[in-house]
Design a protein around this ligand. Sequence first.
Ligand code: XIL
Length: 304
Amino acid sequence: TAKLNSVAKAAGKLYLGSATDNPELTDQPYVAILSDNEQFGQITPGNSMKWDATEPEQGVFTFTQGDVIADLAKTNGQLLRGHNCVWYNQLPSWVSSGNFNVSELTSIVENHCNAWDVINEAFNDDGTWRSDVFYDTLGEAFVPAALNAARTADPSTKLYINDYNIEGPGAKATALTNLVQSLQSSNVPIDGIGVQGHLIVGSIPDMKTQLAAFASLGVEVAITELDIRMTLPSTDALLQQQKTNYQTVIEACQSVAGCIGITVWDYTDKYSWVPSTFSGQGAACPWDENLVQKPAFDGIVAGL
Ligand code: XIL
């Protein structure tokens, strides 16, 4: 039967990948599917490279858990997406405390971004900047500080800005477009836009238009965190609609040469973040809780 990364590569994409997380790696049947590089050509750590995991105390870096994912990718011959460097969530309290002045917090960001999804979720849905310790202290300057530091640390790694609710045209996608253009005109390194893709069955935005618009800025585009959730319980009708929705999303990436890859935000409902985050919703992934492929799997294949 078809395997996702093989089909994606044959269709001209760089990879089709999955998120994963350290606690899941004791589940042997789960790991066997995850590690099959014909199924998944790329992995993203769901939590273990976030700020609270990598710099829990100022200047004290621990990459033990993140390295487990990096090593797994290497062993499996898979690409790795570093996720993430600057995000308002999952910050240790020493960062979110707001106890730093401009030059202190700038050094803290630069020191931490010696890392990938460099900027995560910087905007509100209306396109204004999100109020967090970075923007409130540094204004927009935290973005070039982080990107420049990441480029210096790792000249060959692609640097992305990643966000949600930018899948279709709207105020937030426009804000991100303007930011990328302004970074480009001031020679700040920016290689890609990550479109998260946490979507809802039955309401898929016009991704084809937006992915093409992002790619026309001259940056890579990737769908970085795809899942398509439904109100539980799942029914055959919802699962069929979900299949169609997955196909539509994949076709949108497929129709844009600059959309280089797709990552599902874990491949199985068994480890999806959705039920614990969106109450009453779930069944968002292409494999079910028993690691059995759902119609959504066939939707992905059909879209490539
Ligand atoms: C989620 C993880 O999957 C969960 O395990 C964690 O509890 C919260 O974060 N956007 C992102 C991801 O960029 O980092 C988030 O991951 C999902 C939303």
